[in-house]
Design a protein around this ligand. Structure first.
Ligand code: AMP
Ligand code: GLY
Length: 438
């Protein structure tokens, strides 16, 4: 009997479970800790082990003799979950701590990219406020301030003014906001352009690039308000042409995997390049060591192959023998969040309309949900990702919004412009520079 353990409890993990449940080869899916949506998927059962409990997750995988552990979030990967699983002979979909460091330390990531000549904004890393503030004064334009460590997607301040940038530096380096994650700070050139997320399955040497996604990071329509984990996403990105993706594969992903392989730490799982398509070509904003959330909710529904087979091939170094196929349709996912997201928690509130959304042809992935007494409750943060396929992006987006409109819960907030590429998209982007790096 083939059993998989999925680690995580968000919309991304629900989408992983939904795809894995469609594999003929998977008989049992355990999800730690999961949510109300994963509990309702065929062959899935939630297990109350938290994503921070590395020893508990390894013990669960051993006790249940799982064949594969598919890890959703970055924190357990950075804490060495994949290494600990490898040590007991259980294949893991997700890199070891050495690979995850590309996400867990932005300072290391910048050094890594610069060493390989992969284009990224120029930056300097600081450990004390005074020299960082002095550097800020000398810069010709306002930079982006980044807590180097993992800060749950909240450690990046895209400042509009010098005062705001200075306040972010002080908050991180003098006042200890973000704790350890903010003890090292990257002061980075602000890049302008259209943002795309390019993700690839990797098996340590070979890789398969997924259709590119665009994520809407800001809380409010028209890209206003604070950055969030992501308020919606769509695939494919109209600006990420096949040529661009081939270039990113050859010039960004391949050298990254080669460098990690040569260091004796082959990278297995998903590598996620957050790119800014600038007038000077694509530049790296960040590398993540995992599937994106909510990109996954819009990418996986387009996968035509068997997700289990692909994940197992990544974990065991045999991806090269597989052909990973994607539908040519489009997919849009709209996040419905609780009032107060991303700062304040919300009171649990019953959700209605989930069946009507399904009748509209949507798949509703759960994140902040719970089920008690037969009622599905919104428990705060990003609650649902309402997802629909369509023959065109417009079509997929229209369907997703029909689902969103059928659903309600107290304080529900969602953007009304998901799936509508930002105005910058119309300007297109310059191609990859011809001879940068290797
Ligand atoms: P990161 O976690 O580094 O990707 O940052 C989160 C978000 O902040 C990104 O998705 C961008 O929207 C924005 N961001 C990060 N770095 C920059 C940059 N150098 N220039 C402009 N925006 C940025
Ligand atoms: N959607 C952005 C991320 O997953 O990091």
């Amino acid at each position: 009997m083939t059993a998989v353990l999925v680690v995580g409890g968000g919309g991304r993990e629900h989408a992983m479970c939904h795809s894995l449940a469609r594999s003929d080869r998977v008989e049992r899916i355990l999800v730690a800790p999961g949510n109300a949506g994963t509990a309702g998927e065929e062959r899935c059962e939630n297990v109350a082990v938290g994503v921070g409990d590395v020893a508990g997750l390894v013990a669960l995988a051993e006790r249940e003799s799982v064949d594969l552990v598919a890890v959703g979030p970055e924190a357990p990967l950075a804490a060495g979950l994949a290494d600990a699983l490898e040590a007991v002979g259980i294949p893991a979909f997700g890199p070891g701590a050495a690979g995850a460091r590309l996400e867990a330390s932005k300072a290391y990531c910048k050094t890594f990219l610069d060493a390989l000549g992969i284009p990224t904004g120029s930056s300097v890393t600081f450990h004390e406020a005074a020299p960082a503030l002095a550097y800020l004064d000398r810069l010709p334009s306002v930079p982006v301030i980044k807590a180097s460590g993992l800060a749950g997607g909240k450690g990046v301040v895209v400042a509009e003014t010098r005062d705001e940038a200075a306040a972010a530096i002080r908050a991180m380096l003098a006042d200890g906001r973000f704790g350890d994650a903010g003890r090292e700070v990257v002061v980075e050139e602000r890049l302008r352009g259209v943002e795309v997320s390019v993700l690839a399955f990797c098996d340590g040497a070979d890789f398969a690039v997924m259709p590119a996604a665009q994520d809407h990071k800001r809380l409010l329509d028209g890209d206003a308000g604070p950055n969030t984990g992501g308020m919606g996403a769509f695939v494919p990105s109209p600006v990420a042409t096949g040529e661009l993706l081939d270039g990113v594969g050859d010039r960004f992903i391949r050298p990254t995997l080669e460098a990690l392989g040569e260091a004796g730490t082959p990278y297995r799982g998903v590598i996620y390049f957050g790119l800014m398509l600038t007038a000077a070509g694509p530049k790296v904003l960040e590398i993540n060591c995992r599937l994106g959330d909510p990109e996954t909710q819009a990418v996986l529904p387009l996968l035509e192959g068997d997700l289990f087979e692909i994940m197992a091939a990544c974990a065991t170094g045999s991806l090269g023998g597989l052909s990973v196929e994607w539908s040519r349709s489009a997919c849009t996912t709209v996040v419905m969040a609780s009032a107060g997201y991303p700062t304040a928690p919300a009171r649990p509130a019953p959700i209605t309309g989930l069946d009507q959304a399904a009748a509209e042809g949507c798949v509703v992935f759960h994140a902040g949900t719970d089920r008690t007494g037969g009622v599905t409750l919104a428990t705060g943060g990003r609650v649902l990702a309402v997802t629909a396929l369509g023959s065109t992006l417009e079509n997929a987006t229209e369907r997703a919004y029909a689902g969103v409109e059928a659903i309600s819960f107290e304080g529900a907030h969602y953007r009304r412009d998901i799936g509508r590429p930002s105005p910058g998209a119309a300007t297109g982007a310059a191609p990859l520079p011809k001879a940068a790096g290797r």
